[in-house]
Design a protein around this ligand. Structure first.
Ligand code: SF4
Length: 362
């Protein structure tokens, strides 16, 4: 059955370095480094890792002068655009812009007290062609609006974000993308729907403090899945209490499931049941590890018995139907061999490499 790609909401488009965000640009995947930003080597190493995993844009925290001082080298050497994440310190914002950062994350409400630096930031960002990301979550709603709404409701998040935008808009600055985040995925859905009705800025989707990898990936998949299928969302970050590479992989998987990013290698494996004739969890994990980083978009089926095994294995590019210490190997619908269980993984890789020889590397 042909997949239906979601019809995207029309937004303004902006450029974060060489990555377009909004409009008809592909939905991009972001993450944030966890290194001490001032440790340039460690930060660049982590950026290289997330880039290899498919990250489009990376954000680095800038809580100190040493971090701000590291930005020129990081921005120059990073293979993907760098966003400087800054709270409270206007001078770091100017440094980030001068350093060649592709965007800054700043909430003007935080810096309004500094003699109205907002106008200067708007002017500097305009001159450098640097967009600003405004982000509001449950903990950073403007106190006035929190009091007005009584809680971190979707309305409170949206009103707070749009108020932050208005502080820039009064100076004619509209090169903005917005994130409204919450730990509750359904609240994230409601807030972004509301925001999508009220403005045409590109939206950065995120479920904040989503939790450990398993829980956080599910929460993000639920929220992003609903919103992206409605065409809402222009860039995403899966926030997990897990390494940034895992966040990028989760984000890329979510987009691939929605038909918004080409699929990479896909492993179809059965969950196992009382008919199992192999340790399917272990076998699937070994197959996943063996195919880590495989660049061709193959579907590999790993099945645990002969009931559904041959059918699924035939449907995939490469598959195995396991049982009684053996594995029947299928390639593009044809049974090509039966191998001992200990040779299943190697044989699958061998067949995949053979198929890959016939297809150019994507
Ligand atoms: Fe159970 Fe076999 Fe289906 Fe796996 S393929 S879930 S073992 S019936």
């Amino acid at each position: 059955m042909p997949r239906q790609t979601p019809v995207r909401r029309r937004t303004r488009q902006l450029r974060v370095g060489d990555v377009e965000v909004g409009g008809d640009a592909p939905v991009s995947v972001q993450t944030m480094t966890t290194t001490n930003t001032a440790d340039v080597d460690a930060t660049l190493q982590q950026i290289a890792e997330v880039t290899a995993a498919g990250c489009d844009i990376v954000r680095v925290a800038v809580p100190s002068q040493n971090d701000a001082d590291a930005l020129p080298t990081i921005a120059a050497k990073s293979p993907i655009p760098v966003i400087a994440d800054i709270h409270f310190q206007p001078r770091y914002i100017f440094q980030a812009i001068d350093a060649g950062c592709a965007a800054v994350r700043v909430n003007p409400g935080n810096i309004k007290k500094f003699d109205d630096k907002v106008a200067e930031i708007a002017a500097a960002a305009t001159a450098a062609g640097v967009p600003v990301r405004i982000g509001v979550n449950a903990g950073s709603i403007d106190p006035r609006l929190l009091a007005k709404h009584g809680a971190a409701t979707p309305e409170a998040l949206v009103e707070s974000a749009l108020w932050e935008c208005s502080l820039f808009e009064q100076y004619g600055f509209r090169d903005i993308k917005i994130a409204v985040k919450h730990h509750d995925p359904l609240l994230v859905v409601a807030a972004n729907r509301l925001l999508a009705e009220r403005c045409d800025y590109p939206l950065h989707l995120g479920v904040t403090e989503a939790g450990p990898a398993f829980q956080g990936a599910i929460k993000s998949a639920v929220a992003f899945g609903i919103l992206l299928l409605e065409g809402i969302g222009d860039t995403i970050r899966v926030s997990l209490s897990a390494p940034p590479v895992e966040q990028v992989k989760a984000g890329s998987h979510i987009l691939a499931c929605l038909g918004l990013r080409p699929r990479k290698l896909e492993i179809v494996s059965c969950p196992g049941c009382g008919r199992l004739q192999v340790d399917i969890h272990h076998l699937a994990a070994r197959v996943e590890a063996a195919f880590e980083g495989f660049p061709h978009p193959l579907r590999v089926a790993v099945m645990g018995c002969v009931v559904n095994g041959p059918g699924e294995a035939r449907e995939a590019d490469i598959g195995v139907s396991s049982g009684n210490g053996k594995g029947q190997i299928f390639v593009r619908g044809k049974a090509v061999a039966t191998v001992p269980e200990s040779q299943i993984v190697d044989r699958l890789v061998e067949e995949a490499l053979r198929l890959a020889e016939d297809a150019p590397t994507p």
